[in-house]
Ligand binder design. Structure first.
Ligand code: HEC
Length: 103
């Protein structure tokens, strides 16, 4: 969790904001995002490959561009464990093997 928080603050917070709330219409939220709630591989894909084009998150439409973020599998697991277990959320912990399966 503390490693994940550090990665979040360095790599994600500038756009997705301190509490994962994003900026409605510009940067989608990560807290309570329905985009990857039931399929965390979509978050892994966004980090590894970036994401662009029309995207609906929690009923708000975004037309943004996110560049790939160069993180190791361990760092992806850490940052997603932080994101999914912060701001009121809880989720099962991911490890490196889980991330590798989703790539
Ligand atoms: C430079 C700004 C920026 C940074 C830095 C950034 N993102 Fe994003 N992210 C975006 C934008 C913009 C979108 C929406 C792309 C679209 O509209 O298709 C997005 C979309 C996403 C999505 C899918 C939509 C959602 O809200 O669920 C996830 C997951 C995500 N980002 C995770 C991350 C993580 C994790 C990091 C840090 C490792 C990160 N992002 C860093 C700008 C950023």
């Amino acid at each position: 969790m503390s490693r994940g928080k550090q990665i979040y603050q360095n790599e994600c917070m500038v756009c997705h904001m301190e509490n994962g709330e994003g900026i409605s219409g510009a940067f989608p939220p990560l807290a309570n995002s329905d985009y990857f709630k039931n399929d965390v591989s979509k978050a892994v894909d966004a980090i590894l490959n970036g994401l662009e084009g029309e995207l609906v998150v929690n009923d708000v439409t975004y037309f943004g561009i996110m560049d790939p973020v160069p993180l190791s599998d361990q760092e992806i697991a850490d940052v997603l464990n932080y994101i999914r277990n912060s701001w009121g959320g809880t989720a099962e912990e991911l490890n490196v093997a889980d991330i590798q399966k989703m790539k």
